[in-house]
Write a protein that binds this ligand. Sequence first.
Ligand SMILES: [Zn+2]
Length: 246
Amino acid sequence: MVSPQAVEVLKNELPLEQENLVLSGEVKTGLVLVDIINGFCTVGSGNLAPPSPDTQISGMVDESVKLAREFCEKKWPIYALLDSHHPDVPEPPYPPHCIAGTHESNLVPSLQWLENEPNVTIRRKDCIDGFLGSLEKDGSNAFVDWVKSNEIKAILVVGICTDICVLDFVCSALSARNHGLLSPLEDVIVYSHGCATFDLPLHVARNMKGALAHPQDLMHHIGLYIAKSRGAKVVSDVLFDIYITA
Ligand SMILES: [Zn+2]
């Protein structure tokens, strides 16, 4: 197991300064929910779900629900990515997971109400990177269209896993923005407490053929660090200006 001291040493070598985000409505902001579905978040829901209650994952779900409620109250746009695979198409290196049409590929119970909200776009994807997973057969991209049609200038990204689906989506969105594909998008913002990753400590991974160790706290930190190094903003608090002026 990675000792807490070792994690602290590594975090000191990769210091991550985080900002506060204040959302006032002046900058049109969209919320992106990455894979907050049973197959990754609900205990016992398949091969990639937490085997037992996990505070980082449940905290991520709680924070995402709070943000989703605020965005829906204000009728601000939400883009929800849901991992959904055809049963005959594997996704190496992962075992079968989130098969389309099953409980695993659906939003967690505390977010299922989003399916009926008019400001929410739900996008089922069959790959790790939600930007690629938004490609349509005709070459258009549902995420690009969502940004443009809503005139979004900033996206706030939450979900799971910090260092996998969240990171890949963030990196692709940043590259697309830099390449002039996402105008008027300016900022890609990651909310650290709204993200989580899975835990596979070294002493467990050692006994699983082919498994790579994946200590949760460290990989979460590294995911955020790489996102920031690519140009994302990483924030530790999201405030709505109504709370500040009240
Ligand atoms: Zn998948």
